[in-house]
Design a protein around this ligand. Structure first.
Ligand SMILES: [Zn+2]
Length: 85
């Protein structure tokens, strides 16, 4: 029988609602990699909110905007060439 994993935060007995994945984007490749966060693989909804708030204070708004612009450029360049027939 499948058991819902428990939240990985110490002292928290809640059932996990999410599996934490680290999102890596390599602009040079371009490539996106998802890896499980082994230090804290599962989070309940409470810690998920905390985790996201922390994640967004780690980068400034301008850094985030720059990152999104880079990503958009790569997406545009990465599109298959249009060929007329
Ligand atoms: Zn928790």
């Amino acid at each position: 029988m499948y058991e819902t994993p428990k939240c990985s935060v110490k002292g928290c007995e809640k059932s996990a609602t999410v599996e934490v994945l680290l999102y890596d984007f390599y602009a040079e490749l371009p490539e996106v990699r998802l890896e499980q966060d082994f230090t804290c693989p599962f989070l309940c909804s409470d810690q998920l909110v905390e985790n996201e708030q922390e994640a967004f204070t780690a980068v400034t708004k301008s850094e985030l905007t720059e990152w999104i612009e880079d990503l958009q450029d790569i997406l545009k360049q990465g599109a298959p060439p249009y060929s007329r027939e």
